[in-house]
Ligand binder design. Structure first.
Ligand code: SF4
Ligand code: SF4
Length: 293
């Protein structure tokens, strides 16, 4: 079963909840941290990394001896990653590739009528594979761990996320920590999940971003429920919204200064407060059994 943990906004406690869930499940667990722009689950899980793989995407390289500056490549590029200036008054044209915007889709080389585009691999980041044994879990072995990291200055997280997800071990319960927000990296992360836990907080900002995340999950047809973190702060509007939209509230975690302090030391909730383990197990059972009452 693949369970992704997402949140419409950052700072809701998504990662500590994802890690605590992973550490509470009886049975084999694999943890994927797909927040390639800012991976931080490793701070809690402290995995031993056994393998590192570079992630590359194919970007166009132009042979200006063959290029006629016809502009076809610019027309087909949906990401504005190519600029072409036709030559005038006998002057040569010019062509520029903005490789940071390139998604490596291959359209430009496919449609170039002159065969002037060659694809070359560009490294955009890496993924690391290992396992975590530092935190003792009852009845279970190590948590298999995979995360990825985008190189500084790169903007394309989805290829890294795809590479991380290629390592999904379907014999285990897979917990995926998604990036915050509702943009392409989130879609790439949560699609094909069996269930998505949306972590929110009961504030106007939290509710606004929750409604956006709900729209995305409904479009993706991924079943989901909500965990309200710092549930005793803020207002009632998140509860009212969930009731109106028929969204199950799976768990509530009240604010505790000690949880925040543990977080700042890289300690997951269930490590600092072992009594929460049973609540996270209950959360998992609700998701597995599809019973949210
Ligand atoms: S499609 Fe090919 S020939 Fe036309 S501008 Fe692009 S690279 Fe040059
Ligand atoms: S590979 Fe795709 S995204 Fe990249 S420049 Fe070519 S058309 Fe644009």
């Amino acid at each position: 079963m693949i369970i992704s943990i997402a949140s419409g906004k950052g700072g809701t406690g998504k990662t500590t909840i994802a890690v605590s869930l992973a550490l509470s499940i009886n049975g084999g667990v694999q943890f994927l941290d797909c927040d390639a722009e800012e991976p931080n689950a490793h701070i809690f899980l402290k995995p031993v990394i056994k393998e590192t793989k570079k992630v590359v995407i194919p970007v166009p390289e132009i042979d200006e001896k063959k290029c006629t500056y016809c502009g076809r490549c610019r027309e087909v590029c949906a990401y504005n990653a190519i600029a072409v200036m036709k030559g005038t008054d006998g002057k040569k044209g010019s062509i520029l590739v903005f490789s940071n915007l390139c998604h490596g889709c291959g359209s430009c080389s496919y449609f170039c009528p002159e065969g002037a585009i060659k694809e070359v691999n560009k490294e955009i980041g890496e993924i690391e594979i290992g396992s975590s044994t530092t935190l003792t879990r009852s009845n279970v072995g190590p948590v298999q761990f995979v995360h990825g990291r985008l190189n500084i200055g790169e903007a394309m997280a989805p290829p890294i996320i795809r590479q991380i997800k290629r390592h999904i071990n379907s014999t285990r319960t897979v917990i995926i920590d998604a990036p915050p927000g509702t943009s392409c990296p989130v879609v790439e992360t949560v699609k094909k999940s069996d269930f998505c836990v949306l972590v929110t907080e009961p504030t106007p900002f939290g509710l606004n971003d929750l409604t956006l995340a709900v729209e995305v999950l409904r479009k993706l047809k991924v079943p989901f429920g909500v965990v309200i973190n710092r549930s005793d702060l803020g207002d009632e509007k998140t509860d009212q919204y969930c009731r109106k939209e028929n969204i199950p509230i799976l768990m509530r975690i009240p604010f505790k200064k000690e949880i925040a302090a543990a977080y700042s030391k890289g300690e997951p909730i269930v490590r600092a407060f072992p009594e929460y383990t049973k609540d996270f197990r209950e959360l998992f059972n609700k998701i597995r059994n599809g019973k949210f009452g």
